[in-house]
Design a protein around this ligand. Structure first.
Ligand code: ADE
Length: 235
């Protein structure tokens, strides 16, 4: 089996990279900025693809995630894509900082195309999720929730309205873009997210995100390891 993780930030991926001892294939995606790490696990392939950097900082967001996912699928031909990373969540839904979720749905929350027509529906996305996601979440004991994706770390009232109308629970900046590309290639995708901040608790999102990033990234490494072991039937 070939499993490819798509991760936006180096800091989010580093504990996972260290845990699995994946090694970098420098320049693999040139001229794209994406970075590729790989290792073999009992005849299976584990790839970790990062969006890469521009102007000295990690390329977070949908455009970079789309490029990384498309390059990864075309060049690595994974059987499964896993978008793992951090997210915001909602205290009112019972979320706590450091919680790990597996997503049971994924869509955009900041694409407002007026009207209730096909265009509006297409803009929101609602892409298919790996059909074993619920089985994996139940087996490992992770919560499940719907990821909604937007291009901003902050949340405007119009974002919240769409999130609430669509029962979104986890707010990120890449998930739906990764899932969009996977839908085009019919590559199964699952999303594993850990919570750095609570969108309904404080408006100081960036400060709280930075404070909790290292802890949440370790939680993600633990979660990713459990999912890999489950998929590859390792104890
Ligand atoms: N990543 C971590 N926290 C986030 C938030 N509140 N919104 C979007 N992406 C995030």
């Amino acid at each position: 089996m070939k499993i490819c993780f798509i991760v936006a930030m180096q800091a989010e991926a580093q504990p996972f990279i260290d845990r699995f001892g994946v090694s970098e294939a420098p320049g693999f995606f040139l001229p794209l900025p994406c970075k590729m790490y790989q290792t073999d696990i009992d005849g299976n392939k584990l790839y970790v693809v990062l969006n890469g950097q521009q102007q000295g900082s990690d390329l977070v967001g949908c455009e970079a995630a789309s490029v990384a996912t498309m390059a990864a699928i075309q060049q690595l031909h994974p059987d499964l894509v896993i978008n793992s990373g951090t997210c915001g969540a909602f205290k009112k839904n019972g979320a706590a900082i450091g919680d790990v979720y597996i997503s049971n749905g994924v869509m955009f929350h900041d694409r407002r195309v007026p009207g209730d027509d096909a265009w509006g529906t297409q803009s929101l996305g609602n892409y298919p999720i790996f059909d074993r996601a619920a089985e994996i979440a139940n087996a490992i004991g992770f919560k499940m929730g719907k990821v909604t994706t937007g291009s901003s770390l902050d949340m405007q009232p119009c974002d919240l309205q769409i999130i609430e109308e669509n029962h979104g629970e986890l707010k990120d900046m890449e998930g739906a873009a990764v899932a969009f590309v996977c839908s085009l290639f019919k590559t199964p995708i699952m999303l594993i997210k850990s919570v750095t901040d609570l969108c309904d608790e404080s408006a100081e999102t960036f400060e709280i995100f930075k404070k909790n990033l290292a802890m949440a990234s370790h939680a993600i490494a633990d979660a990713n390891e459990k999912v890999i072991n489950y998929l590859l039937k390792k104890s």
